[in-house]
Design a protein around this ligand. Structure first.
Ligand SMILES: Cc1ncc(COP(=O)(O)O)c(C=O)c1O
Length: 390
């Protein structure tokens, strides 16, 4: 298999690192590393149309992913997730087109499967045996599943009030689960404490290793294909750690470098919740980084991230795309889950519903125009959140 991976590059200082050794963050400045490819060579031998008829989900983009040997690609049957139109609600809001990327169809019922498929596969390729993660819920389930498939061990640190299905699925996959009082930041602290005595553990936290981002990047490649290389005008993404948003942007840059799309980009919008909105606050204050959000609380467990490690990349993407950032109330999420289910037949997770409520606000404010083609995300199957439906 031809693979175009060349090196890892620091997202801040530009230092180069080898992709053939286990890497976490930049050794010079401690920031996130990004996988880089020989896109000139890729452009010469890959055709964008060539992927359309290939079977399989994200692994069909393997030449542009970091795993170098096919035998290390751990798969649980990923699919290209569909774009489902919201017809009734588009009419009600007076918008040309609303599509929902339905990520609940992925293994373990959430988009976290993308990043953990590539992160765990690369870790296996590099000889890692044990991994650890602090998680808001869905990433934990995906890590547990892919680790089990790969014959590796996972240690999961998770808030004790995480949706119960996330805890149960991790246990079912044979992961070691440590319940922590507090939120994902408290879980990370507990994990780092234990990790001191376990130097063999590989920390697979969001953007503290370079390869989960690559799996999330495949959302961008799929969108290229699904929109016939003419991307939507506005993308609204429920943002916690931000891998999907940053990953899509990285894919768009790579696609432009290979001549697959032009320079026009969607406006990238972050949807957060009133109970935890560090990116929204930083955006309003025109800052480059966010501040830690104290007392984070929301039913949208995936959005309870008080400080994203790569907040500077999230904000950079929003600014570069002339995007926006909006927070919504928990009550509006619950109402939206019912409204969308009853008018469109889609059972959204609360994080996904946040993208629809954000769209309503941005339409009212005139940020989204009647002629816009808008993309929303349902990042997990609604069935994973029985607590939200009374
Ligand atoms: C369902 C769901 N949506 C959105 C998010 C936020 O994703 P990201 O960390 O890519 O911003 C999460 C994270 O846990 C999640 O589980």
């Amino acid at each position: 298999m031809t693979n175009y991976l060349t090196h890892l590059e620091c997202s801040v200082c530009g230092d180069r690192h080898s992709p053939h050794e286990v890497q976490t963050v930049c050794r010079s400045c401690g920031r996130s590393l990004l996988a880089r490819y020989d896109l000139t060579a890729a452009q010469q031998s890959l055709r964008k149309e060539g992927f359309r008829d290939q079977r399989g989900g994200l692994w069909k983009f393997a030449p542009l992913l970091p795993i170098e040997q096919e035998e290390h690609m751990i798969s649980l049957g990923e699919v290209v997730t569909p774009l489902l139109p919201m017809v009734t609600l588009a009419k009600e809001l007076g918008i040309a087109e609303i599509l929902v990327k339905e990520e609940g169809y992925l293994p373990t019922g959430s988009f976290k499967a993308r990043g953990l498929a590539t992160g765990v596969s690369k870790a296996k390729e590099l000889g890692v045996k044990e991994m650890c993660i602090p998680s808001a819920g869905n990433a934990a389930g995906a890590l547990a599943a892919y680790a089990s498939r790969a014959g590796m061990t996972s240690h999961i640190f998770i808030p004790e009030d995480t949706p119960v299905i996330n805890i149960k699925e991790c246990k079912a996959y044979g992961a070691r689960v440590v319940l922590v009082k507090g939120n994902i930041s408290d879980a990370a602290r507990a994990m780092n404490e234990e990790k001191k005595n376990n130097p063999g553990w590989f920390d697979i936290s969001t953007l503290k290793e370079p390869y989960r981002l690559e799996g999330k990047k495949t959302i961008g490649y799929e969108l290229g294909e699904q929109y016939d290389w003419n991307l939507p005008d506005v993308i609204i993404y429920p943002t916690g750690g931000g891998t999907g948003l940053i990953g899509m942007w990285k894919a768009f840059e790579e696609m432009e470098t290979m001549g697959w799309i032009g320079s026009k980009r969607p406006k990238m919008v972050t949807a957060q919740v009133d109970g935890c909105a560090p990116i929204v606050k930083a955006f309003r204050e025109k800052k480059k980084e966010s501040e830690f959000w104290s007392g984070a609380e929301t039913i949208a467990s995936g959005l309870r991230v008080p400080k994203a490690f790569a907040d500077y990349l999230i904000l950079d993407t929003i600014y570069k795309s002339a995007g926006s950032a909006v927070s919504v109330s928990d009550q509006s999420l619950i109402e939206a889950v019912y409204e969308i289910a009853q008018k469109e037949g889609l059972f959204m997770c609360p994080e996904g519903a946040a993208t629809y409520v954000t769209l309503k606000i941005l339409t009212r404010e005139g940020f989204v125009k009647p002629t816009d083609r808008v993309l929303l995300f349902n990042t997990a199957a609604g069935n994973k959140y029985p607590e939200v439906i009374s």
